[in-house]
Design a protein around this ligand. Structure first.
Ligand code: FES
Ligand SMILES: [Fe+2]
Length: 341
């Protein structure tokens, strides 16, 4: 990895308070342009390497907390209708979202005692194969729900998805944001592999961003180290160091490595959906923020989770409004052969 000189490249030491005051705030239009460092070829090769990593045909379909015992969660993944539900004992079940009898949309069918009961004629599916309906492997990692679609992925299947390392649930607070863009998963991943845009495109959230290292050669591990401050209000910021990695073709992880909330992760998963009515690809962004802190007050924060989760989702939604515009723009240019990369 090439280390690049950084004006602010000191490791952060732990301060008694998470907040810092920016001494000499740099106005948005006076910050250092990052376009020279954000080389299109560099982002493209990092993306290519991410796409070559195995996913084992696992797709994130939603948040574990969104699934209750009474209804399935339905998603169309790469044009295939998929339903997941909690079977007996809470075990995750998954399969095609089309009833094997006359094709009712199982998305609209209720779950009774762990069995998905078709609302057209009452056919009950307990998660085992029936009448041509074949279950899909499913995995609940405690934060996100995954389904394995071998026909869609076409890779060597893996027993379980590659779940990123996360802070222990007992000391963490998680929230999942979901959004949809007119683009392909690679456009979402390319956006996340460009951390250089952070303080330019999202000045309301990030300031003083420096990318400390970038992928060097073809064989180097992809890891982008970033020093950045999260904006709280006015000149109040939370400075951290974070690392971006792409462990699979549709996933990018940002992990805070130093500063407040070290160990916290932001996992971005891109899942292809069905095309829209104009035939354009659609992609779901399913992003899990798993926030951790060893500060004593964090126990109280966790108790306030029902209040904080919507706030965390709102923050992610604001960032993704701009990031999806970036990803959609990238797809538009690619699809009309105007992409400069
Ligand atoms: S369509 Fe589902 S039971 Fe008839
Ligand atoms: Fe962004």
């Amino acid at each position: 990895m090439n280390r690049q000189p950084s004006g602010r490249g000191r490791p952060r030491s732990r301060s008694p308070l998470p907040l810092s005051l920016r001494r000499k705030p740099v106005p948005w239009d006076r910050q250092r342009p990052t376009w020279r460092d954000a080389r299109p070829s560099l982002i493209a090769s990092a993306l290519k390497r991410a796409q070559a990593r195995p996913s084992g045909n696992w797709y994130v379909v939603g948040a574990a907390s969104d699934l209750d015992d009474s209804r399935p969660l339905a998603r169309t993944v790469a044009g295939r209708e998929v339903v997941v539900w909690r079977g007996s004992g809470g075990r995750l079940q998954a399969g095609p979202g089309v009833c094997p009898h006359l094709g009712a949309p199982l998305a609209d069918s209720p779950v009774r005692c762990g069995t998905l009961v078709c609302h057209w004629h009452g056919l009950a599916l307990d998660g085992s194969a029936f009448g041509g309906w074949e279950p899909f492997p499913a995995f609940d990692d405690g934060v996100l729900l995954w389904v394995r679609l071998d026909e869609v992925g076409g890779e060597e299947p893996l027993e379980a998805p590659v779940v990123p390392e996360r802070p222990s649930p007992a000391h963490a607070l998680s929230a999942v944001y979901e959004g949809t863009g007119v683009c392909e998963p690679e456009d979402v991943i390319a956006n996340r592999l460009d951390p250089w845009h952070g303080a330019w495109l999202h000045p309301y959230s990030f300031v003083d961003l420096t990318v400390l290292g970038s992928p060097g050669g073809v064989d180097s591990p992809d890891r982008l180290d970033v020093e950045v401050s999260f904006k709280v209000a006015g000149r109040l910021v939370v400075p951290v160091r974070a690392t971006f990695t792409a462990p699979g073709p549709r996933t990018v992880i940002m992990r805070i490595t130093e500063g407040e909330g070290a160990g916290s992760t932001v996992e971005t998963h891109a899942t292809p959906l069905a095309p829209d009515e104009r035939g354009r690809p659609r992609t779901a962004v399913i992003e899990a923020v798993v926030a951790a802190s060893d500060r004593p007050g964090f126990a109280f924060v966790r108790r306030a989770a029902p209040l904080l989760r919507p706030l965390m989702r709102t923050t992610a939604a604001r960032l993704w409004r701009d990031d999806l515009a970036y990803a959609e723009r990238r797809w538009q240019l690619r699809s009309t052969a105007r992409f400069p990369g």
